[in-house]
Design a protein around this ligand. Structure first.
Ligand code: PEP
Ligand code: MG
Length: 595
């Protein structure tokens, strides 16, 4: 019943979303979920209905995930589709009214065990029965069928429980990490020297995992439909982070070609290095300031070497991820001060904690977000809303930041702002903390640091003129601005085609923000992923931006694009883009301008 293809040695080419350029060649490491995430539990008879309900919800979610994967198979080459589709169909079928599902329901109701315990017991029983039963003459086929039952069990368990972050530390060096889904907190645990590449089945270009992976700099492709069905532990693969492809069991010719591309890529990186000392200015000498985004502390030496003249966005979330407790003021202060000192007088813009939405982690602080499990956490208590809800979180962070500002030029930035009252409230909290530190004779800078806002909601862009009355600067966060403007989730692969920061609606909001900043005489930068797209540089300059911030690895390539641009031609391009009929038309305009 099962096709032998994906288990065999035939070359298969899969496609996903390119995230981090570079060629990774290596053996697959399938990262297991943590072993003991589920505690075996008996239940009372009064709990049967609730456990059955949870189980049905997990089964429905599992079917939905598999159907979504099935839809995305359409983008694969015919041969790959033919291999993977029957497997997905078989899994969806088994998650319906199958013997397996009936046995799990019976175990809950009759053996009085929790849904998770029933899934573990029944899938293992049935896997063993298939493996050793008389039904298969062919041992390989029996083993495959048993594996598939266990796969289904794992999917059900993942959907039944929120598993803690996993450890990648002991996985083999130089392998290609293959996982179904990587959360931002998982990505933060990855040591960039450990893997030749990273491939996931779920994920998209602008979700926070992608942001993290760019920071880490390991070649990566996300959102590869059918990935887990197509690869085996230790299979050799070639991952191309620029083309967004993964070749499983590559032929000798494919391996040779990959080795050649890897050498070409390394040469390209070396030639970019020569740009480091050149000015970031257009052909007609308009200076464009290039700053780096910082996601994780280990990037600091790389950022200091990246050619960036400051940090335009330090996401402070990493301090809160994968920790046993919330970081106290001293711990935060030490990290901020280290960053400020490492940048040696260049400005460091540190963003207040942007917790919630798809950054949600299971670590400490998870309990602070009451709506994290609701359908739309991105629309709930996220960013500044959460901070104003939990004053001690806000005040602790402000105190650490004010203290760090005594060691160099710090700017403080507020995430997820919609209106002026939020900025005013944070400013008041900052004054209060300042007075408290002053009274305690703690070392402080001469003046409170500039307090600015991220423009990442349509409301903030529409209110930009009002916000500019109190904000010391703006930073446009196109990742969220695109999501909230176009009503498309940045973290969901299924709608990825609809998510486009070059949509004229997003560009109009960017334009309004820049105009409001210009009128108020405050600086404005753009620090979403859009800033690292070389093709978008002339358009962003045409819209009036003179400051861009991006992951450190992109600074030099953006500098090269800036130096090839004549700012006088950019205004017309921006005007045409603002009046365009849709994102596709904007892409066409950009391509024409580059031709
Ligand atoms: C953004 O939304 O564009 C942004 C820079 O913030 P983050 O990606 O951290 O949400
Ligand atoms: Mg954002």
């Amino acid at each position: 019943m099962k096709p032998a293809g994906p288990r065999g040695r035939r070359q298969t080419r899969l496609a996903g979303t390119p995230i981090v350029p570079g060629i990774g060649i290596g053996a697959v490491t399938l990262a297991d979920e943590p072993a003991l995430a589920v505690i075996r539990q008996k239940i009372a008879a009064t709990d049967i209905a609730a456990e059955l309900h949870q189980f049905e919800a997990a089964a429905a979610q599992s079917r939905k995930q598999l159907s979504r994967l099935n839809e995305r198979l359409a983008g694969l080459p015919d041969a790959a589709q033919a291999e993977i589709a029957p497997l997905l169909d078989a899994h969806i079928h088994m998650l319906g009214n199958s013997r397996l599902m009936r046995a799990i329901r019976t175990a809950i109701a009759e053996r009085l065990v929790s849904a998770a315990t029933a899934v573990i017991d029944v899938t293992e029983d049935q896997a063993q029965a298939v493996r050793h039963g008389p039904r298969y003459g062919d041992d390989g086929a029996a083993a495959r069928q048993a594996d598939e039952i266990r796969d289904i069990g794992r999917r059900l368990l993942r959907n039944l429980t929120r598993l803690p972050f996993r450890s990648f530390a002991d996985l083999p060096q130089g392998s290609v990490l293959v996982v179904e889904r990587l959360r931002p907190a998982d990505a933060a645990l990855i040591n960039p020297a450990q893997f030749a590449g990273i491939a996931t089945e779920e994920g998209s270009a602008e979700d926070h995992t992608a942001v993290m992976l760019r920071a880490i700099g390991v070649p990566a492709v996300l959102g590869i439909a059918g990935l887990l069905a197509a690869v085996r532990q230790d299979a050799v693969v070639v991952l191309d982070g620029e083309a967004g492809t993964l070749i499983v069991n590559p032929s000798p010719a494919s391996l040779d070609e990959a080795a050649r591309l890897r050498a070409v890529f390394a040469r390209g990186q070396r030639s970019l290095g020569r740009l480091r000392r050149l000015a970031s200015e257009t052909l007609d000498h308009v200076p464009i300031e290039l700053h780096a985004n910082l996601e994780l502390p280990f990037e600091l030496p790389m950022v200091a070497q990246s050619g960036a003249t400051g940090i335009g966005l330090m996401r402070s979330e990493f301090l809160f991820m994968n920790q046993d407790t919330l970081p106290d003021e001293d711990r935060q202060f030490a990290t901020y001060r280290e960053t400020v000192l490492a940048m040696d007088g260049d400005p460091v813009t540190i963003r207040l904690l942007d917790w919630g939405g798809d950054k949600q982690s299971d670590g400490p602080g998870a309990e602070l977000i009451p709506n994290a499990r609701e359908a739309n956490p991105a629309l709930g208590l996220r960013g500044v809303r959460l901070l104003l809800h939990h004053r001690s979180l806000l005040e602790t962070q402000l105190a650490a930041l004010l203290r760090a500002a005594a060691f160099g030029p710090v700017r403080i930035m507020i995430p997820m702002v919609c209106c002026l009252t939020e900025l005013t409230a944070v400013r008041q909290a900052m004054r209060l903390v300042w007075r408290r530190l002053e009274a305690a004779q703690i070392r402080l800078p001469a003046e409170p640091p500039p307090l600015g806002v991220m423009i990442e909601t349509p409301a903030a862009a529409l209110n930009a003129a009002t916000l500019a009355r109190e904000a010391a600067f703006f930073a446009i966060g196109t990742n969220d601005l695109t999501m909230y403007t176009l009503a498309v989730d940045r973290a969901v692969a299924g709608t990825v085609a609809l998510y486009d920061p070059l949509d004229p609606a997003v560009l109009k909001l960017i334009g309004m923000t820049i105009e409001a900043a210009r009128q108020a005489g405050i600086p404005v930068s753009l620090c979403g992923e859009l800033a690292s797209r070389t093709g978008a540089v002339p358009l962003l300059i045409g819209l009036g931006l003179r400051q861009l911030s991006m992951h450190g690895g992109a600074v030099l390539k953006i500098k090269r694009a800036v130096r090839a641009t004549d700012s006088r031609a950019c205004a017309d391009l921006a005007a045409a883009a603002l009046a365009a009929t849709g994102a596709a038309a904007v892409h066409a305009l950009i391509e024409d301008a580059a031709a």
